[in-house]
Design a protein around this ligand. Structure first.
Ligand SMILES: Nc1ncnc2c1ncn2[C@@H]1O[C@H](COP(=O)(O)OP(=O)(O)OP(=O)(O)O)[C@@H](O)[C@H]1O
Length: 268
C-alpha cells in the first residue's frame, strides 16, 4: 500500500447501503488524512459498526452497497478481492473487535492464535518480536500471556493482546469498534492511553467508533455524529461538544451531565 501525501488516506463518498431493503447507511461522506484520529459517535443501531466493517473490508454478506464508494490510498476498497483484500485488512486498515476476548477462539492458546493470525496474512514473528509487540501494548509478562488460554486472561489484557496482533502488520489505519465498552474503568483508561500512543507516537491513523462521547473527546480532535445511518454533524471536538448544532448531538452531549474536559491534553 502506497502512502501518497497528495491524497487522503481514506475517502468515503456518498456511501449508501442496506440490509434486505432497509437502508442502514445514507450518503456517508468523509475523508481522513494519514495519522489523523477521528471518532464516530452515535446511539446503538445508528450504523457505526456497519460503516466501520464496510471500510475494513469485512461487511456482512447480507449488506448491499447501493451507491458510493470507499478509497484507501487511492484504491477502490469495495473492489478488493483475494490477496489484495487480505493485504489491505492487515497492512492497510485493521479492524479491532469490540471485545478483546471475542477476538480469540477459547480452545487455543493466545500464542498459537497470535501465530495463526500472522500466518493468515503471510507473516511470521519470532518469539522476541511477539514479546516486543506485547510490551508496546504494556504487556510485560508476555511469555505467560502467550501460553494462556483467552479465558485465563482479563478482558483488558485480551484487548491489549488483540491490539498487539492488530499492529503486527503495521497498518496505517486502525478501525477500533467500541474498544473499551467491555472494560472496567481502570482497563478503559489503559486501553485509551494505548490507542492515543499508537496514534500520536506511532502515527497510525485511528477511526474510533464509540457511543462513549467522553472517550471520543479524549482520543479524537475530530468527531462525527451518526444518527439513523447518516452523519448529522462533523467538526472539531470543541465545536461538536461545546456548540453542538444538531438537536441529536445536543441530546447526546447533554446525556453526559458532568463531562470532564478530559480532552485537554494529558501527557503520555
Ligand atoms: N448482519 C446484519 N443483518 C441484518 N441487519 C443488520 C446486520 N448487522 C446490523 N444490522 C442492522 O443494521 C443497523 C445498524 O447496525 P450497527 O450494528 O451498524 O449499529 P451500531 O451503531 O454499530 O450499533 P451498536 O452501537 O449497538 O453496535 C441496525 O438496525 C442493525 O439491526
Amino acid at each position: 500500500m502506497q502512502d501518497c501525501a497528495q491524497q487522503p488516506l481514506l475517502e468515503v463518498s456518498n456511501l449508501s447501503a442496506s440490509f434486505g431493503g432497509t437502508q442502514v447507511l445514507r450518503s456517508i461522506s468523509f475523508n481522513m488524512r494519514s495519522g489523523e484520529s477521528v471518532a464516530l459517535v452515535g446511539e446503538s443501531g445508528s450504523g457505526k459498526s456497519t460503516l466501520l466493517k464496510t471500510i475494513a473490508g469485512l461487511a456482512p454478506k447480507a449488506l448491499r452497497v447501493d451507491a458510493g464508494g470507499i478509497r484507501y490510498a487511492g484504491q477502490d476498497v469495495l473492489g478488493l478481492r483475494g490477496k489484495t483484500l487480505r493485504a489491505y485488512r492487515c497492512e492497510g486498515a485493521k479492524y479491532v473487535f469490540q471485545n478483546g476476548q471475542e477476538s480469540f477462539d477459547p480452545l487455543f492458546s493466545v500464542g498459537r492464535q497470535f501465530d495463526e493470525s500472522l500466518r493468515a496474512h503471510g507473516m511470521r514473528a519470532d518469539a522476541g518480536t511477539k514479546l516486543e509487540l506485547l510490551e508496546r501494548m504494556g504487556v510485560t509478562d508476555g511469555e505467560r500471556v502467550l501460553s494462556s488460554l483467552p479465558s485465563e486472561l482479563s478482558g483488558g489484557l485480551c484487548q491489549r493482546v488483540a491490539l498487539a496482533i492488530a499492529l503486527a502488520g503495521a497498518p496505517q489505519l486502525l478501525l477500533a469498534d467500541e474498544p473499551t465498552s467491555a472494560l472496567d474503568s481502570d482497563n478503559r483508561k489503559k486501553v485509551a492511553n494505548l490507542l492515543r500512543k499508537v496514534n500520536e507516537v506511532d502515527g497510525v491513523a485511528l477511526l474510533l467508533v464509540t457511543h462513549d462521547i467522553e472517550l471520543a473527546a479524549e482520543l479524537a480532535p475530530r468527531i462525527m455524529v451518526m444518527h439513523d445511518g447518516e452523519i448529522v454533524e462533523s467538526g472539531s471536538r470543541e465545536e461538536v461538544l461545546e456548540r453542538p448544532r444538531d438537536p441529536y448531538t445536543r441530546t447526546l452531549v447533554d446525556s453526559v451531565p458532568k463531562m470532564e474536559r478530559s480532552y485537554r491534553r494529558v501527557a503520555l
